[in-house]
Design a protein around this ligand. Structure first.
Ligand code: GTP
Ligand code: MG
Length: 195
């Protein structure tokens, strides 16, 4: 799936700009700076494909990429306030409309920082996905930055949160875009969705 050409299609700022829903789609959601764009780059093996940055709020549009015959979508982060309120509200509204209203969206990968575990804003998104019956799966990011007891605690906290959400896949995928951990697993999961 990710072996062939991966291509940036377009960045979308309003629902009417979405590409035609003519193929399977998966997207990456999560708090600002959690590592969504970096993960897409790791999956595709192309460092500069999705713009990643240390500045939270880097991704400001719904960015569509093709991988094989599916769309892979990089979303703006949620829970980020260091921008004009009106701008943040516009993104958040678009994000919600997209997550609730996209027929071809087959799975949302909800990214959670392995150092912190699921937070209240993550659970808000999970509840929204429950309500619209969109299947989601949690991907823990930056596992290179935490180990031992701290990691166990954040995983336990995240699993406890997941147990409350009917639209959730129970299994977590542990990743590090920096170290290449869990990337092959995630590729295989996405390839499985395709069929
Ligand atoms: P927004 O677009 O602002 O919502 O952020 P994002 O979720 O797309 O995060 P992005 O991929 O831009 O990464 C944010 C920062 O985290 C960057 O400085 C990345 O280099 C760093 N980062 C991402 N993944 C990892 C990882 O697996 N390990 C480590 N150590 N750092 C990472
Ligand atoms: Mg981003």
């Amino acid at each position: 799936l990710f072996a062939g050409e991966t291509e940036f299609i377009k960045g979308v700022v309003a629902m009417d700009g979405l590409p035609d829903p003519d193929r399977v789609e998966v997207c990456f959601a999560g708090r600002s700076n959690v590592g969504k764009s970096s993960l897409i780059n790791a999956l595709t093996g192309r460092k500069g494909l999705a713009r990643a940055s240390n500045t939270p709020g880097r991704t400001q549009e719904i960015n569509f990429f093709t991988a094989g015959d599916i769309y892979v979508v990089d979303l703006p982060g949620y829970g980020f306030a260091n921008a004009p309120v009106a701008v943040v509200e516009k993104w958040q509204r678009l994000l919600k409309q997209y997550l609730q209203g996209r027929q071809t969206l087959r799975r949302v990968f909800v990214l959670i920082d392995a150092r912190h575990g699921a937070k209240a804003v993550d659970e808000e998104i999970m509840s929204l996905l429950d309500a619209s019956a969109v299947t989601f799966q949690v991907v823990m990011t930056k596992i290179d930055k935490v180990k031992g007891k701290a990691l166990d605690e954040s995983l336990a906290k995240t699993r406890a949160a997941l147990a409350k959400h009917p639209a959730a896949y129970p299994e977590l995928i542990l990743t590090s875009s920096d170290k290449g951990i869990g990337i092959a697993t995630l590729r295989a999961v996405i390839a499985g969705i395709e069929g």
